[in-house]
Design a protein around this ligand. Structure first.
Ligand code: SF4
Ligand code: SF4
Length: 245
């Protein structure tokens, strides 16, 4: 059984947010919900200002507080390390959202708008795409996954249910990389089996100093950062969005 993890190289990330976009397209996440979020930071005073960027998926913690608090077992840890949400079992109590120190859980307050990206049915688009209209729903997202055969991919965009990054379980189970990893133009994101000494993640972690976010909390995240440092008191967030971590 593999033990999946992610390595994020902060020295490579240029903040283009292709990973965020790839995640939204792959997982059909509703408006204002970002399973992957790239924080944009700045430090220093003009003219000596430095910008840097920090992609933040779910950390798929080994000691995940979100798993412990879920009263119905909808949030659980798989043997391969993915922290999954069974959206058929979730009762929307939002305990996981409160327990997670990384702010990666999103609650669906309303029924997601199916035509959020584009209304593929309008005649203008039909003529451009010659009828090859991509479906709003990725059919993979509604399947049961894992030995446990639970519904844990991104199909659960229903009102009253919590959702978060799945490490693209529907792709990983087919031997593919998560969409964010596959679409980063500068290979800032790496994914693989932490137990395999030859995997790309193991090799990078052997070679480079690394840290995990809020490591002091004992959550044992499966996401490792190299090529930078955690945000500190001197770090300012560039955008006026509410920080979710
Ligand atoms: S796609 Fe790669 S470079 Fe662009 S923001 Fe995401 S991690 Fe950074
Ligand atoms: S980052 Fe949050 S949601 Fe993800 S496993 Fe850790 S505690 Fe759970």
């Amino acid at each position: 059984m593999p033990r999946y993890g992610m390595v994020i190289d902060l020295s490579r990330c240029m903040g283009c947010r292709a990973c965020m976009e790839a995640c939204k397209v792959e997982n059909n996440t509703p408006q204002a919900i970002f399973w992957m979020y790239v924080f944009r930071f700045e430090e220093g005073e003009f003219p000596n200002v430095r910008q840097w960027f920090m992609p933040r998926p779910c950390m798929h913690c080994d000691n995940a507080p979100c798993v412990k608090v879920c009263p119905v077992g909808a949030r659980y840890k798989r043997e391969d390390g993915l922290v999954a949400t069974d959206w058929e079992r979730c009762i929307g109590c939002r305990y996981c959202e409160v327990a997670c120190p990384y702010g990666v859980n999103y609650f669906n307050w309303k029924r997601p708008d199916r035509n959020y990206y584009l209304d593929w049915g309008v005649p203008e688009l039909r003529s451009i795409t010659s009828g090859a209209v991509p479906p709003y729903r990725n059919p993979d997202l509604d399947q049961p996954y894992g030995e446990e055969k639970r519904r844990i991919a991104g199909g659960g965009h229903v009102k009253g249910v919590i959702e978060k990054c799945t490490f693209c379980v529907h792709r990983v189970e087919k031997g593919k990389l998560p969409a964010c990893v596959a679409n980063c133009p500068v290979q800032a994101l790496l994914f693989g089996d932490l137990d395999d000494p030859e995997s790309v993640v193991s090799r990078v972690l052997r070679q480079k100093p690394h840290f995990r976010l809020l490591e002091e909390l004992g959550t044992e995240p499966r996401v490792f950062y190299v090529g930078g440092k955690p945000p500190g008191p001197e770090t300012r967030q560039i955008e006026p969005v509410r920080a979710r971590m």
